[in-house]
Design a protein around this ligand. Structure first.
Ligand SMILES: *Cc1c(COP(=O)(O)O)cnc(C)c1O
Length: 457
């Protein structure tokens, strides 16, 4: 018996307007238009209710790494739900899937990351970390060290702590954020700067803004620094090579905990298991979510380094924190099946050696288009910048909404990427084929031409 009734597109859109408050949505704008109802998906394609096929260049929201329609993930969930649909890990309980997954996660990470705490999402993972950082320093006899340094334009989630760690002013305006004890420094966005420094000089300067903040606050007051290896929602901002080594040096020098937010970069997206591996950092915490289950069920968590975990275990007594769905059995079973699939199909190596370079090469060529000023892609995570002039770089006027125009044109023509202002971002499923990459790029060129034409009108 189907749980969901059959309805027409119109009915879904009407009911949607009446009853559903969407996340990150301007509802007034939505109500003037119509929501796009996605009703099924397969491989790298999603389908609208009317049958329109769209190549999903965003893997849902950066999460559907394994692609849609992976029967073994579905089976893993169904089997686990029959066996044990739910049990918690409070009060000295556990269950096989959560233990098995913890062991598997340890095997793919750096050797000092031996323990995992589970959450339902990336936001919750970062909330957990705020409490762990502060508890750790309390237990270390340095209770002053409660401040966490983050970056402008970062994205670390949407809960009160997650949104506070995020560096997005539109989010901070709503709800009186950030909460006390969270401060923001420069992001390593060379293209968005005045471009007077070389990228490497700029990377060092951006990292030094952390050091300046530490000295301004006093090192005895700073507990941790958090950063996405590559900023995702902020516009796929790839830091200059000089950046992360300098950040690691600063954290080491001042004894500050390093949090590498792996919610997007984790589990293979960059052609390494984690962003920290790609950039050579040694994080004390790694929050993750999204790709761990390929989005088939919600699951998040935090890798906790031995440095922190040993102290929490020895000295914290009960760490009074956890979620009803911490380590949900069905979600853990899906994560196990997903990791097995990634390993069996060698998807991380495939991104590193094959499909990554294949897409990167075509992506780089986009800079030959008259309105593309920069194109970057690491693994299967990339962006290009729509510009009016290249030398010196000049953006289109804001009210032309060049980015949104391109995005909408692209979708009409059968492919999906996201617009962050006039930065277009892309993160396709790991299973995308060479022919599908060709298809994606052809549609992109076509949509760029069409957008260029309308901008000249
Ligand atoms: C998406 C995201 C989060 C938040 O994860 P949710 O599961 O949406 O709560 C945190 N950090 C990064 C880097 C993200 O991209």
């Amino acid at each position: 018996m189907a749980a969901i009734e059959k309805r027409s597109s119109d009915d879904w859109q009407e009911l949607d307007k009446k009853h559903y408050l969407h996340p990150f949505t301007d509802h007034k704008e939505l109500h003037e238009q119509r929501s796009r109802i996605i009703s099924r998906a397969d491989g790298v394609y999603i389908y609208e209710e009317d049958g329109h096929r769209i190549l999903d260049g965003m893997s849902g929201l950066w999460c559907v790494s394994a692609g849609y329609g992976q029967e073994e993930l579905v089976e893993a969930a169904a089997e686990q739900m029959r066996e044990l649909p739910y049990y918690n890990s409070f009060f000295q309980c556990a269950h096989p899937p959560v233990i098995e997954l913890s062991k598997m996660l340890q095997e793919v990470s750096q050797p000092h990351l031996n323990r995992v705490f589970y959450t339902g999402s990336g936001s919750e993972a970062n909330d957990t970390i705020v409490r762990m950082v502060r508890t750790y320093w309390d237990l270390m006899g340095q209770p002053g060290r409660h401040t966490i340094i983050s970056r402008k334009n970062a994205y670390h989630g949407s809960t009160v702590a997650g949104a506070s760690l995020s560096g997005m002013s539109a989010m901070h305006k709503q709800g009186g954020l950030p909460i006390p004890g969270i401060v923001h420094v420069e992001q390593p966005y060379w293209f968005g700067s005045d471009q007077t420094m070389s990228p490497d000089e700029f990377g060092i300067a951006a990292a030094r803004s952390i050091e300046e903040k530490i000295n301004e606050l006093g090192p005895e007051n700073v507990g941790a620094f958090i950063g996405e290896p590559i900023q995702g929602a902020g516009g796929v901002i790839v830091p200059p090579d000089s950046y992360w080594p300098e950040v690691q040096r600063i954290c080491d020098e001042y004894g500050i905990l390093l949090i590498s937010d792996e919610v997007i970069c984790g589990f293979g997206r960059l052609g390494e298991w984690f962003g920290a591996d790609y950039f050579g950092t040694r994080p004390d915490f790694m929050p993750f979510a999204k790709g761990v289950t390929s989005g088939y069920l919600p699951l998040g968590g935090v890798y906790v380094s031995d440095r922190v975990a040993d102290v929490l275990i020895d000295k914290a007594g009960e760490f009074a924190h956890g979620y009803t769905y911490s380590g949900h059995p069905a979600a853990c079973a899906v994560a196990i099946a997903n990791l097995k699939l990634i390993q069996r199909e060698n998807l991380v190596t495939r991104i590193h050696d094959d499909i990554g370079p294949y897409l990167q090469q075509q992506w780089q060529k986009l800079t030959e288009h008259p309105i593309v000023g920069d194109a970057r892609m690491i693994g299967l995570m990339g962006a290009f910048e729509i510009v009016k002039d290249k030398q010196p770089m000049q953006r289109f006027e804001k009210d032309l909404h060049a980015g949104v125009r391109f995005r909408d044109t692209l979708i009409r023509n059968g492919a999906l990427m996201r617009a962050v202002g006039d930065t277009i971002i892309c993160a396709p499923p790991f299973v995308i084929s060479h022919a599908e990459v060709d298809d994606l790029m052809e549609t992109t060129w076509k949509a760029l031409d069409l957008t260029h034409n309308t901008l000249q009108e």
